[in-house]
Write a protein that binds this ligand. Structure first.
Ligand SMILES: [Zn+2]
Length: 742
């Protein structure tokens, strides 16, 4: 549907450190792809998020570094905002280039005084509606001459009551994983001030009555069963099955939103960070419309209209955050609706109706991206940081790798060899090379004719049908938040284009073009221009920078991100051409250089932080006990093996070697313009006729050598049983010549 109001909500990154690649894959890339896709379809998208700037991890960092919490969050808000923009995320401009009625984006921060104000108003509204209760809790208190303070759980350390480990936190032991009441901790000490005397004191707090929303949340969950992914269904069910209980929304801490209440008993208490940061989705929409549109415009993205039209709400987050978005935040939204109508706790909570704030339509939460087997973690210094990554590499290479490797249904892994491999052999070999061939061959038409003059769409009906099918598949995958699958479909258009060129062999006719064959071949090459245009439009949500470069190389103008999604398969679009020589879309990556660089960083970091954790694949060499090998086996380094470039080729002709009785001279289509020749000692086992047409596997980077006067470029793989039987390794289906074997 076009013209729909879509609210894209992105989990608020915690401003306590730079973003790492795990965050990007889990939370920040998927909503950007979705937003770009929705916009291309003509929908009106409002994108909201910002830095989560309150809470104890930030105050701990500040106290440890001897700076103020504000200095900590100012620093990381700036770093992370810049990194997201450098990654190509559409947080700027704030207003959609097509006009403010199409929405826009705001990357705000929870320290914004206007966010404080909105949260305080909501707090009072929920309190007046009777949706809070007050309870006395026990909390450690640090006694100091200057008055002392309550200690949040992270500020207390002691020995675990379960396993006895030292350094256990106030509420949880990292050693054995057990959680407990703070008062059960043995030998408790203030982390920041270990000499100080501490004791348990009573403190009064507000609790949100989640229990009042149990029934209505169960109804909502039932409705969402066919929409939610398995992980979302499972985690939500787990929460609802346990039964919801009131949850503390205030705590003893200075750094945060102060309680909007009079009275000394509330001094030094603030609104719990979980309760206010999640309201950022709403405050951010309100503030976007106040600052960049009309004051009430936010309602178009938040409220169910008088005629019953609903905006579509999508929430993007990591799996650790699921219940906050399927249970807690919906309960707050329904509480606000309840309060807005002047109802109180005596009336049962209801699902939203006309004029109400809307609930989520999907929470396509991601699993984790791991760093070579270990979870990315800010606190354990085990990460690849986004800002430093973007200083060194093309952002589209990261976007490609994280999309094709997105942790949609299970945890996935980031490792450098795989990164380099996927960029070089998929992104560059399939996509980059295809468009480059079209543009460079297209510039070499005989007699300086334009490529467009050879266009003959009647000859390309099959190709049109194929691309329409691929377009349908990409669209359908994106609508279901299957980003990996969608990008695979888009890349299949490049593979199809390569096959088309391989079959048409336009390079053969560049000098001899006066034949029907030449005209037919060039017609296919010119359709390559339309396939390239298709690729620019359909890869734009994933790879915005290279899509724009391609767009310009094709002779198109304007921003490819503003081009209608369906224009990719509009065959009536005018054929344009850019006469400037085409530049390759991407640069090949060099694994060795990258490993040298990155491993140095990881190792020195791990050592200086004294947190060895996991080493990165191919990185630190750990001394291991030698395993006993099977007889006759010599182990090979993984890196050494990865250097062998195995590829698929199709045998196009086989002739006898003039000077060697046992050798065939085999011509192979290896996906390149001229193919390659390999001399093979297979005469005893195959006839020439038997071999032609077979798809075989060959070593592509074996140093060429002359065999009795014929240069042999590589080696075909064959199995030899040692008893006189030799068979070629062949493929069990069709695949583009030149494809890499892994
Ligand atoms: Zn323990």
């Amino acid at each position: 549907m076009s013209g729909e109001h879509v609210l894209v909500c992105v989990a608020w990154p915690y401003a306590n450190g730079p973003l790492h690649l795990g965050h990007v894959a889990g939370c920040y890339l998927p909503p950007d792809i979705q937003t770009r896709f929705e916009r291309a379809k003509g929908n009106k998208v409002l994108l909201v998020s910002g830095s989560d700037e309150h809470g104890t991890p930030i105050t701990v960092t500040a106290e440890t570094q001897g700076v103020s919490p504000q200095q900590v969050v100012d620093k990381y808000h700036e770093i992370n905002t810049k990194a997201l923009l450098d990654l190509g995320c559409v947080w700027e401009p704030n207003i959609d280039p097509r006009g403010v009625e199409f929405g826009g984006s705001l990357f705000n921060r929870t320290s914004d005084p206007e966010h404080h104000k909105i949260v305080s108003e909501n707090f009072l509204a929920l309190m007046d509606a009777g949706l809070f209760e007050k309870k006395i809790m026990q909390q450690y208190y640090e006694i100091r001459s200057d008055g002392g303070r309550f200690l949040p759980d992270r500020y207390v350390e002691g020995d675990c009551p379960n396993c006895g480990a030292s350094g256990a936190r106030g509420d949880q032991c990292d050693e054995c994983g057990v959680t407990y009441e703070a008062s059960e901790l043995l030998n408790p000490k203030s982390k920041m001030n270990p000499e100080a005397k501490i004791e348990v004191r009573d403190t009064e707090h507000f609790f949100y009555r989640l229990d009042l929303f149990q029934n209505v949340l169960e109804q909502h969950a039932a409705k969402q069963q066919s929409v939610w992914k398995a992980n979302v269904r499972a985690m939500t069910k787990q929460w609802l099955d346990m039964g919801l209980r009131p949850r503390a929304v205030t705590r003893d801490l200075d750094w945060g939103i102060q309680l909007p209440l009079e009275g000394d008993e509330w001094a030094g208490k603030c609104i719990y960070v979980w309760f206010e940061a999640v309201q950022g989705y709403l405050s951010c929409a309100k503030l976007w419309s106040k600052r960049h549109a009309n004051t009430t415009d936010w309602e178009k993205w938040w409220k169910i209209s008088k005629t019953g039209e609903k905006p579509r709400h999508l929430y993007f987050l990591g799996k650790d955050n699921i219940p906050f978005h399927t249970v807690i935040w919906p309960a707050i939204i329904m509480g606000l609706n309840h309060a807005e109508k002047g109802l109180d706790e005596k009336t049962p909570a209801m699902l939203p109706d006309i004029g109400d704030l809307h609930l989520e339509d999907n929470v396509p939460a991601m699993e984790y991206l791991m760093l070579a087997g270990g979870q990315f973690s800010k606190s354990r210094k085990h990460a690849v940081w986004l800002p430093s990554f973007l200083q060194k590499y093309d952002p589209d290479t990261l976007r490609y790798y994280l999309s094709i490797n997105m942790p949609e249904n299970h945890d996935t892994d980031f490792n450098w060899p795989d990164f380099v491999e996927k960029i070089n052999s998929e992104l560059i070999a399939a996509y980059g090379n295809f468009v480059h061939r079209v543009l460079t061959l297209g510039a070499r038409m005989p007699d300086n004719k334009s490529l467009s003059s050879y266009e003959n769409l009647d000859l390309c009906k099959d190709a049109m049908k194929k691309l329409e099918e691929i377009h349908h598949n990409i669209t359908s995958s994106l609508e279901r938040h299957r980003y990996k699958e969608a990008l695979r479909h888009a890349m299949s258009a490049a593979q199809y284009g390569n096959q088309l060129l391989q079959a048409a062999t336009p390079w053969k006719y560049l000098k001899d073009s006066d034949s029907t064959e030449a005209a037919q071949s060039f017609a296919r090459l010119s359709f390559g221009w339309r396939i390239s245009r298709f690729l620019a439009i359909t890869t734009q949500p994933f790879l915005p920078f290279s899509a724009e470069r391609l767009w310009v190389s094709l002779g198109e103008s304007g921003d490819v991100a503003m081009v209608d999604w369906y224009s990719a398969i509009d065959w009536n679009v005018e054929f344009k051409w850019n006469s400037k020589p085409a530049e390759p879309l991407f640069e090949r990556l060099d694994l060795e250089a990258i490993l040298e660089d990155e491993m140095g960083l990881v190792d020195s970091k791990a050592e200086s932080e004294n947190t060895v954790g996991h080493s990165v694949k191919g990185g630190k060499k750990k001394k291991k006990e030698e395993k006993k090998m099977p007889e006759g086996t010599t182990y090979l380094d993984f890196e050494t093996f990865m250097e062998v470039d195995l590829r698929v080729g199709k045998i196009t002709s086989v002739t006898d070697h003039e000077n060697a009785d046992k050798l065939f001279v085999v011509s192979i289509d290896d996906g390149s313009e001229n193919g390659r020749v390999i001399c093979a000692g297979l005469k005893e086992y195959y006839s020439a006729e038997d071999m032609v047409g077979k798809s075989v596997v060959f070593v592509a980077n074996l140093k060429p050598r002359k065999l009795r006067g014929v240069m042999s470029e590589g080696m075909m793989l064959a199995a030899d049983d040692g008893n006189g039987s030799v068979r070629l390794i062949t493929l069990d289906g069709d695949i583009t010549p030149g494809s890499q074997v892994r």
